[in-house]
Design a protein around this ligand. Structure first.
Ligand SMILES: [Cu+2]
Length: 467
């Protein structure tokens, strides 16, 4: 009896001339791979970690990008299905290759990532990231759906390969919050005009920085890569570019998160900036601090070539004369973060989410200094909570579904880590006012208003267990 083997491919590959975004030699080829379909429910956030096949020819990657497309290959606009971020990792042929900057964790080598900024990977001519058909690649992605109904999409990865010998680059993922699957923090939005957060990194090998990309969130001013050993000079500034105010990105209602920049600048130079083995590099993210910005990031993507062949690299050599900065490729880009205010949203009987600033249900007044909220079955147990100034609210997350508690609007920005399986997160509310809170992963469905009175808790021991 003959067996008919039916393969249901989840990925298909295709070869094209180089796509213009890769700025590659026109004699090369681009390998296009599509995975999917994926389906997003109403206002859903999708997390996926998927295997990606590297191009089936050996060589070096000189250009790479990714987009969401429908079944006909048409690119989906960000205001329908939004690629919030995607990171590609490479374990090498033995799947043992790890990020040297995360020695305590088994983080695989991250070699390309993009996000709402959709910045392609490009490298100066003559440089490439080595690619072997036996390499073990994966991608992890997060996609947000801003509408009711369902949305089907495919992830299209485009890689341009140079089969000729090139100078190899090594990718370094320098995140202000390093080695975390959720490398975020929140900008409080009060006090000084600017909020900065920085981290230093000791580089394990000498090299030359030949390309630098980056990732920032909404509210960002810039991302700075600097060299403390050379009088803290700035090597590269990645600048965010925001969409014009009439971009449909901002017309999404309700706005389920503060949109990221629509582009971020990319820097590249064949000469590069040299650094020594063990030398420190510093990454600084600058954000607007006149309003809260929650769950922000600051990640520098640094591509490093070996020290210059022949002549040794000069310490603190002047800025390379051949540096090139790639900016926004859309009209009327804005460089200052737009002033946006988020609301909460609530899904009505018709399945559509609508903006609201009102709490659900009647107020639960807490007289004592502490209280707890259980986040269970996609719901905050006290959706309308009133506490005294200085009270501590503790959220408990017993479900195996991942949630968080994040400010949408209010006096001070904050956000918990993603939490599940009994995790807890506590916060003292020292500023009176109304805090509109949501779960950032389910922001159309899960919200809570915490009102902080201007007076302190009335009965200091009211919530303590009685003897
Ligand atoms: Cu949630």
């Amino acid at each position: 009896m003959a067996l008919l083997l039916v393969l249901a491919p989840t990925a298909h590959a295709q070869i094209t001339p180089p796509v213009p975004e890769h700025r590659a030699d026109p004699t090369l080829t681009t390998h296009v791979q599509r995975s999917g379909p994926y389906n997003l429910g109403p206002y859903a956030t999708l997390f996926e970690s998927v295997k990606v096949a590297p191009p089936d020819v050996p060589g070096a990657i000189v250009g790479m990008d990714v987009r969401l497309v429908d079944k006909d290959g048409t690119v989906l606009p960000q205001y329908t299905a939004m690629l919030h971020h995607i990171v590609y990792t490479n374990g090498g042929p033995d799947d043992q290759r790890r990020d040297p900057m995360c020695p305590l964790k088994r983080t695989r080598e991250r070699f390309y990532g993009t996000s709402e900024e959709l910045r392609p990977l490009t490298l100066p001519p003559g440089y490439g990231y080595p690619s072997n058909p036996a390499d073990k690649w994966r991608s992890s992605l997060m996609v947000m759906h801003h509408r009711s109904g369902t949305q089907e999409f495919y992830v299209e990865t485009r890689v341009t390969i140079d089969p000729r010998p090139v100078i190899p680059v090594k990718p370094y993922w320098l995140s202000v919050i390093p080695c975390s699957p959720d490398p975020q923090w929140s900008v409080p939005g009060r006090g000084s005009k600017e909020h900065r957060r920085a981290r230093t990194f000791d580089m394990p090998e000498a090299g030359r920085i030949v390309a630098v990309g980056g990732h920032l969130h909404g509210g960002a001013n810039e991302l700075i890569l600097s060299q403390p050993g050379c009088k803290y000079r700035t090597l590269v500034t990645n600048k965010p570019f925001y969409a014009p105010s009439d971009d449909k990105l901002y017309a999404v209602r309700p706005l389920l998160h503060e949109p990221d920049p629509k582009a971020i600048s990319w820097w590249q130079s064949p000469t590069g900036y040299a650094f020594q083995k063990g030398e420190t590099l510093k990454v600084t993210a600058s954000y607007d601090n006149t309003r809260p910005h929650t769950r922000v990031m600051g990640i520098s993507h640094v591509y490093v070539a070996p020290p210059a062949p022949g002549a040794p690299d000069v310490k603190c050599a002047p800025a390379p004369p051949d540096a090139q900065e790639l900016g926004a490729e859309f009209p009327r880009a804005r460089t200052a973060p737009p002033k946006l205010r988020l609301t909460l949203s609530r899904v009505g009987g018709d399945g559509r989410a609508r903006p609201t600033t009102q709490a659900d249900g009647s107020a639960r007044e807490i007289e004592g200094p502490t209280t707890s909220v259980t986040v269970r079955d996609f719901r905050f147990s006290a959706p309308n909570l009133v506490v005294g100034r200085g009270a501590i609210v503790r959220w408990r997350f017993p479900d195996d579904e991942r949630h968080d508690v994040t400010l949408a609007d209010g006096p001070v920005g904050f956000g918990s880590p993603w939490s599940q399986d009994g995790d807890q997160y506590g916060r003292r509310f020292t500023e009176p006012g109304r805090y509109l809170l949501m779960c950032s992963l389910h922001s159309a469905f899960m919200n809570q208003v915490v009102t902080v009175r201007s007076s302190p808790p009335r009965r200091p021991d009211a919530d303590r267990p009685r003897r």
